[in-house]
Design a protein around this ligand. Structure first.
Ligand code: ADE
Length: 250
């Protein structure tokens, strides 16, 4: 059995309770139990020093509530250290960040340690950005806070850690990882409500199965996400199949 070092996440949030369930079940729980993944939740409110534990205040100039800088600085410097050069990369989850995708997940999975800062309310005080090394959005919509995006990052990154998903190759074959959407899957029963599993999958002919899967992957991508084809690695055989479907290279 190969032993892998753990990847460590430190998550700074006002709502640590939101993470229970997501990190305590299924594959992420198993990754934590096996020592492959370490997650530390830090409640920003615990780093306030006033009687009412205030973490947000009205924006200067008017508008909504803004997360105050002091508790965030205090939390980050207490947990990760005062010296920025010695700290792991701190990623702010914000709709203003670069848009997350599988390449970013794979790259971040190379890091031994990452820290995530979950924004809330209308935003964070701009001065917090001096602590931040990277800003990531999970898509062009606005959520109530950065907690769900932080969960999305941990999940997508953890899948790239060796030993987390059963088949080491699986994350690299998934939809998007190859630059294409994945082919359809079938399991028993052979016939279900009149729908039969494609004969080719029963043939035992590995090369034919692989070609069918590749073609179905190309077909799906062409039908649903033709934009992805512009950046996918396509062989001449792939291109000929796509042309039969009506695709024309840009
Ligand atoms: N916080 C609020 N919306 C977000 C988004 N789409 N991505 C990351 N953080 C967010």
């Amino acid at each position: 059995m190969l032993e892998y070092a753990a990847m460590r996440f430190d998550i700074f949030t006002l709502f640590p309770g939101m993470f229970a369930g997501v990190f305590d079940d299924s594959i992420l729980q198993r990754a934590r139990a096996s020592g492959r993944l370490e997650i530390f939740l830090h409640d920003i409110r615990a780093f306030t020093h006033d009687k009412h534990h205030v973490t947000d205040e009205a924006a200067y100039g008017g508008g909504g509530m803004v997360m105050k800088p002091e508790p965030i600085f205090d939390a980050v410097e207490t947990i990760l250290g005062k010296n920025a050069a010695d700290r792991p990369p701190l990623i702010l989850l914000t709709p203003q960040g670069r848009v997350f995708n599988t390449n970013i997940a794979r790259t971040l999975a190379q890091q031994p340690q990452l820290a995530l800062l979950c924004g809330r309310y209308e935003g964070i005080d701009e001065r917090v950005r001096v602590l931040v090394n990277d800003e990531i959005s999970i898509g062009d919509y606005v959520l109530t806070g950065g907690e769900i995006p932080a969960m999305v990052l941990v999940d997508a990154i953890a899948r790239f850690l060796p030993g987390v998903v059963g088949d080491a190759d699986a994350p690299h074959q998934d939809s998007h990882a190859t630059g294409l959407l994945e082919h359809p899957h079938y399991t028993r029963p052979l016939e279900f409500r009149g729908m039969r599993v494609p004969e080719i999958l029963l043939s035992g002919h590995h090369a034919h199965v692989e070609r069918w899967r590749r073609n179905e992957s190309l077909r799906r991508t062409f039908e649903r996400r033709p934009d992805l084809l512009a950046h996918a690695q396509l062989s001449e055989t792939d291109k000929n199949f796509l042309r039969e479907l009506g695709w024309s290279e840009m």
